[in-house]
Write a protein that binds this ligand. Structure first.
Ligand code: NAD
Length: 396
């Protein structure tokens, strides 16, 4: 895709030093001819080392800017003249949002508002095709929908869902289960019912984005995605935490029974979907993005353990022969307000934009474990700061 002057598109990515943002930036530089401006504050979750492979490319620029800083954003818009904004910057960890919701309100709500206002001021003074073709793509989560009925429940209704809510199965699409019951999925029409300070702040930002289209005409699109996993994931999240703890022979803490279900998407598949939506999606539309991989947390952890047994057997690190990583699993008190099941109906993006994930969970998780085994220097560097894999989210 070219812009009006037939020069290459320039995409302003916020949060490009984070887990998904860095995958988006690497995808843009490696697989397209677009230019990218990475706007990132570099919080504990942002790491420029994740961009080392592309940062010398002339199509890449970096601005260390807080999205809550209107004056700095104004300068960035004027200086770089982007064609598209892809907004990923956020506080993103549910447990941190329970311990300290303030930063989530600030970055996810006030930051999105500030970015919307600066994007609107910039867009207002554009002319011709550059104005018509401008896009503001907001990247959000499936957690805004709350949670869905779990197969372990005896009836289909969920105690936390009010009667008639789309999440109780009335107008969601569905996935068949082994016992022939049909469980609902999140669709683009599912009503919002966020459970945590994180998901509530993301829900608020989604509403702001849609209001800026409806009220001011700013050409926006929204995507809501399921749990991502893959390389460069900060080790506070389930999958990298388990891999690194397993490698060090530390306990593998599982919340409650570990039967919470998440739909897992390999991060590179998400990055491809996002650039597709930003460049070819229809203004005003929402696209749900998912991996068709519903897994219980305990299944995810036991899968990691068996891959680790194969790729990095414990006896090579001084344990007795045949010791398995699964012996490290320990069950800890569940997170307050923990959602039981998320599952995405991604048929719209497949139908309308032709996107499907390339990785299965089995292929993606193997690549991920291998990446962490091969990149322990990255893991050490991102953890040099304050986070030491301690339990978060139990403070109330
Ligand atoms: N990780 C997932 O599984 C997932 C799933 C669906 C949607 N999302 C959404 O995708 C986006 C990216 O998620 P992620 O997992 O890559 O997050 P992340 O925490 O790894 O990265 C967030 C990035 O935003 C930057 N940032 C934070 N506050 C900022 C601010 N005030 N100004 C500028 N930059 C700031 C951080 O430095 C970091 O680089 C988020 O909006 C998140 O809600 C994540």
């Amino acid at each position: 895709m070219k812009n009006s002057q037939n020069t290459k598109l320039k995409i302003l990515v916020t949060g490009g030093a984070g887990f998904i943002g860095s995958a988006v930036v690497r995808h843009i530089i490696n697989d397209t001819d677009y230019a990218v401006v990475n706007v990132d504050k570099l919080t504990y979750a942002g790491n420029l080392e994740s961009l080392a492979s592309v940062s010398q490319n002339p199509r890449y620029a970096f601005e260390q800017v807080d999205i809550c800083d209107a004056a700095a954003l104004k300068r960035v818009f004027n200086q770089h003249q982007p064609d598209i904004v892809m907004h990923l910057a956020a506080e993103s960890h549910v447990d941190r949002s329970i311990d300290g919701p303030g930063e989530f309100i600030q970055t996810n709500i006030v930051g999105t508002y500030t970015l919307l206002e600066q994007a609107r001021a910039y867009w207002n003074q554009l002319q011709g095709d550059k104005k018509t073709n401008f896009r503001f793509h907001h990247i959000s989560t499936d957690e805004v929908y709350g949670d869905l009925p779990h197969p372990d429940e005896t009836t289909l209704g969920h105690p936390e869902h009010s009667e008639g809510s789309p999440a109780d199965g009335q107008d969601s699409s569905s996935s068949p289960q082994n016992d022939n019951r049909v469980l609902p999925l999140f669709t683009e029409d599912t009503a919002y019912a966020p459970s945590s300070p994180y998901s509530a702040s993301k829900a608020a930002s989604d509403h702001l984005v849609r209001a800026w289209l409806r009220t001011y005409g700013l050409p926006t699109l929204v995507t809501n995605c399921s749990n991502n996993y893959g390389p460069y994931h900060f080790p506070e999240k389930l999958i990298p935490l388990m891999i690194l703890n397993a490698l060090e022979g530390k306990p593998l803490p599982i919340y409650g029974k570990g039967n919470q279900i998440r739909d897992w998407l390999y991060v590179a598949d998400h990055a491809r979907a996002l650039v597709l939506v930003a460049t070819q999606g229809k203004v005003g539309e929402t696209y749900n993005i998912g991996g068709h991989n519903e897994k219980q947390n305990i299944e995810v952890v036991t899968t990691i353990c068996s891959i680790m047994d194969e790729l990095a057997p414990m006896h090579e690190r001084g344990y007795s022969l045949n010791t398995q990583h699964s012996t490290l699993i320990t069950h800890v008190k569940d997170r307050p307000g923990h959602d039981m099941r998320y599952a995405i109906d991604a048929s719209k993006i497949q139908r309308e934009l032709g996107w499907t994930p390339q990785e299965t969970f089995e292929s993606g998780i193997r690549k991920t474990v291998q990446w962490y085994l091969d990149n322990q220097a990255w893991c050490q560097h991102v953890q040099d700061g304050s986070y030491q894999r301690e339990r978060l989210g139990s403070k109330q």
